[in-house]
Design a protein. Structure first.
Length: 458
């Protein structure tokens, strides 16, 4: 999800590859299985060559150095930062545990050469769109088998990449394991987090918060947007800045939005998932990093640990990084209504509810987000829903992070991207309207691309 705060409060080079195809061998069909090895074989993976001056040299020259403050100065610096976030921010390890790796079998199919018409009716191919959308990594899994897996811009299978707002969907899947047992959807948040009793969140139900329908003021624009204060509170140097330190101290200070009580319309915000994280920690007595590890990441048989940026109090925040195949494994679980490798990880009714109750009006009437996503997109439990395209659901993050799951086609498509940062464009005096217009067009193309692949694989 593109939101203004990533480009204003968190401190380009063309693609090197000329195409998405490469001379490489692919493994033959094999059944899904558990492997005692620590990682899955990379046979069949396409890794495109890439060289960059950013962060090269010992030490790097000042113009090539990437820091927390300058990571949005150029597309190339942003690209490096999103693959090295643990070097810029303190992170928590969300362990994959000691479960065997769940191996995704392969069945090569020429996905990248597939021709189709883009959203404007122009002839193109999957490979051309992958390059046009500045993707860093791209994978297609059909009927549980990898058809295509490619890496660009220095990415490799073991490289963690920032997820941005895909993290919200990760949070909601962890919360789903607690719903009906430890968390009641119709109960008010202060039942679980007494610290919110006399705050703007008082009276908001778990269900309303899951749908971004808390009546809490959280702005992404203006002179003093709440998101800027939030980023300061979770910054590694928060104690040196004016304001609260950490999520636990920031969230209770948010104010109610006048004329919009809880449950009366969606407003996108980072604080809603943060509140649910707090509630989960309260009812389980565990840090959220451990909840996510034990209830989601470990049971998926992931290859690599998940990185979570933490605030100065050591608390889980809204920035996560993972590897591509592990994102695909998570997507397969979502595709199969919480089932993975024959084991129930999430209750199926969580995904049934998304299919049945995702609201197009909820998203369309939301400020900023309503203008960003294509018409007909619904929203529920931090997931996007496409009723007219096989009931597909998707998780989306800033700068082109995406995980698409289409049950009609039995396909998962996941990719990481590093599009041109808003910070650099604003510094170059590009009008905000032009920047936002381009991002809306890219968001449309991402979904169109996924829908076209899904139709091809039906």
């Amino acid at each position: 999800m593109y939101r203004r705060h990533f480009f204003t409060t968190v401190g380009g080079v063309g693609l090197a590859a000329s195409g998405c195809a490469a001379n490489t061998s692919y493994s033959q069909d094999t059944p899904s299985l558990q492997s005692e090895s620590s990682v899955q074989s990379n046979d069949g993976v396409v890794i495109h060559p890439w060289k960059s001056e950013v962060m090269s040299g010992f030490p790097p020259s000042p113009e090539n150095l990437v820091t927390r403050e300058n990571q949005e100065d150029s597309q190339e610096k942003l690209r490096w930062a999103m693959q090295h976030y643990r070097e810029l921010f303190p992170t928590q390890r969300i362990s994959r545990g000691d479960q065997p790796v769940f191996v995704l079998p392969r069945k090569h199919q020429d996905i990248v050469g597939l021709e189709f018409q883009d959203s404007k009716g122009e002839k193109t191919t999957i490979g051309e769109q992958v390059r046009a959308l500045s993707m860093d990594a791209f994978i297609v899994v059909h009927q549980g088998k990898i058809l295509c897996e490619e890496y660009f811009h220095g990415m490799r299978p073991e490289t963690p990449h920032m997820l941005f707002s895909i993290n919200k969907s990760f949070v909601s899947t962890a919360i789903a394991t607690l719903l009906g047992d430890l968390l009641k959807p119709d109960q008010e948040i202060e039942r679980y987090v007494p610290e919110l009793k006399d705050t703007a969140y008082a009276g908001a139900t778990i269900r309303q918060i899951l749908d971004m329908e808390s009546g809490v003021l959280y702005r992404y624009a203006g002179d003093e947007p709440e998101v800027a204060a939030h980023e300061k509170a979770i910054s590694p140097v928060a104690e040196e800045l004016e304001g609260p330190v950490g999520d636990y101290n920031f969230i209770p200070k948010l104010k109610a939005e006048e004329e919009r009580p809880h449950g009366k319309g969606m407003r996108y915000k980072e604080s809603d998932p943060a509140v649910l994280v707090w509630a989960a920690e309260k009812v389980t007595g565990q840090r959220f990093a451990d909840i996510l590890s034990e209830r989601i990441w470990g049971p998926l048989g992931c290859e690599f640990d998940l990185d979570a940026v933490c605030d100065p109090l050591g608390h889980f925040t809204h920035h996560l990084a993972c590897c591509l195949r592990d994102l695909a494994r998570w997507g397969l679980m979502c595709l199969n209504k919480g089932q993975f490798n024959g084991n129930p990880i999430l209750p199926a009714d969580f995904f049934d509810d998304i299919q049945e109750n995702a609201s197009v009006d909820r998203l369309a009437n939301s400020e900023l987000t309503g203008d960003l996503f294509p018409p007909g997109t619904g929203y529920r439990s931090f997931f996007y829903h496409h009723r007219e395209n096989g009931g597909a659901i998707a998780a989306a993050g800033a700068y082109g992070q995406f995980c698409y799951m289409n049950p009609s086609s039995d396909v998962v498509i996941a990719f990481f991207s590093s599009t041109e940062p808003w910070g650099a464009q604003l510094a170059a005096k590009v009008p905000f309207e032009k920047i936002f217009e381009k991002d809306c067009a890219q968001e449309l193309e991402r979904r169109h691309l996924c829908h076209e692949i899904a139709k091809h694989l039906e």
